[in-house]
Design a protein around this ligand. Structure first.
Ligand code: ADP
Length: 376
């Protein structure tokens, strides 16, 4: 509220004074504000710089994080790889241990086998020495047997040859007796003469068989011969016997071989005629002849459906004069199979049989490949 006693000038002065103060204060305030503003600008710049730094740092951190994540991932991958590698290593170690164990066993086996081989080799050496000794003994025995055989052949030849003469004398005198004195002889005497005649015939047959046996292979000559032709000729030679017996003969393919033809013909002839002869009553003889190649030899078989042979006689029937049946039942001298054996042996082969009584027999023999020049 204005004081009425104060003059107007004084009021003005005071106002001016006050305004001046206010102006000064304002100026100070402005200055302060400008200073503040300047400080704010600086602070803002600083803040902006700091923000930019923070952003840079954040970007760097992001990069560093990415890098870290990548490294972590790599580490994870590497760890997984390491786990796999470890598993693989553990497996390989196991395998190695297994292999080592197997090797130990194999080594043991090997050393055992080596020992066994060594033992076998020693045994083989002993067996070989034994074999060599046995072979030498066999060769010696074969040479001795050869000499004995030759002597026996000579004896058989001389004996049979010399036996023929007295037999002829007996036969001649018997004929004279018959011619001159038949009318004076009674029934019994005629029977005796008849029996003597039969015995002379049989003796003659045996002597001749023995002669053939002893001479067998003496003039042999090895040649390449077609056995089919040989067999066809043997069958043709026995046409009447085959016809009369009603025999059925079949034959497989036959080879051409280096053989002693005359002897081989006789071998087939003996086996075929025996197959026809030793037949069961009222049975059609069925004979099959076959040949089969076996490595370095041929195996032949003559099979029949005849009376058969007991196993205990398999060896004996190849001996000279050995017969299983009476001459009344089946004719023969008992020398046929001995001839067969001798012929097969001349060819360096083997002969044997398989048979079933009352069912039939199969005679087998082998003929090796013989070189013509070496054996002639
Ligand atoms: P042979 O025929 O002259 O009697 P072998 O030496 O040929 O003489 O035969 C000896 C014996 O072997 C014969 O008497 C006979 O008993 C027996 N034999 C031979 N071949 C046969 C055969 N195919 N079947 C049955 N027995 C046989």
């Amino acid at each position: 509220m204005e004081n009425p006693e104060q003059p107007e000038n004084m009021n003005l002065e005071r106002c001016v004074e006050e305004l001046k103060i206010i102006k000064e204060e304002l100026a100070i305030e402005n200055k302060e504000k400008i200073k503040r503003a300047a400080e704010l600008v600086i602070a803002n710049i600083e803040l902006a710089f700091q923000n930019a730094e923070k952003a840079k740092r954040a970007a760097e951190l992001m990069l560093a994080n990415k890098e870290l994540i990548f490294q972590n991932e790599e580490k994870g991958k590497r760890a997984a790889e390491l786990i796999i590698a470890n598993i693989e290593l553990a497996y390989q170690s196991q395998e190695k241990a297994k292999r080592a164990a197997e090797l130990i066993i194999a080594n043991k086996e090997h050393s055992f086998e080596s020992e066994q081989k060594e033992k076998c080799a020693t045994e083989l050496r002993i067996a070989n020495t034994e074999l060599a000794y046995q072979n030498k003994e066999k060769e010696k025995r074969a040479a001795e047997l050869n000499i004995v055989n030759k002597e026996l052949e000579q004896f058989a030849f001389i004996a049979s040859h010399d036996l023929q003469q007295p037999l002829r004398t007996v036969s001649n005198y018997l004929r004279l007796l018959e011619e001159k004195y038949l009318s004076q002889l009674d029934e019994d005497a005629r029977k005796y003469i008849n029996s003597t005649n039969n015995a002379i015939k049989r003796m003659n047959l045996l002597i001749n068989s023995l002669l053939i046996f002893s001479q067998l292979g003496n003039n042999r000559k090895l040649a390449n011969v077609d056995l089919k032709i040989v067999l066809e000729e043997v069958i043709a030679d026995h046409e009447i016997l085959i016809k009369n017996s009603g025999a059925l003969i079949e034959m497989s393919a036959m080879p051409a071989l280096n053989i002693y033809e005359t002897e081989m013909r006789q071998l087939f002839q003996n086996l075929i005629t025996n197959a026809i002869k030793f037949q069961k009553v009222e049975t059609q003889p069925k004979i099959s002849i076959s040949a089969e190649q076996k490595k370095d030899k041929w195996q032949f078989a003559v099979k029949d459906n005849g009376i058969g042979i007991e196993a205990i006689h398999y060896e004996k029937i190849f001996d000279i004069f050995q017969r299983l049946n009476s001459k009344a039942e089946y004719e023969g001298s008992g020398i046929g199979l001995a001839n067969c054996k001798k012929i097969v042996q001349l060819h360096k082969g083997d002969i044997w049989l398989e048979s079933k009584p009352k069912e039939g027999s199969t005679f087998y023999f082998t003929i090796p490949n013989l070189a013509v020049s070496a054996t002639n």
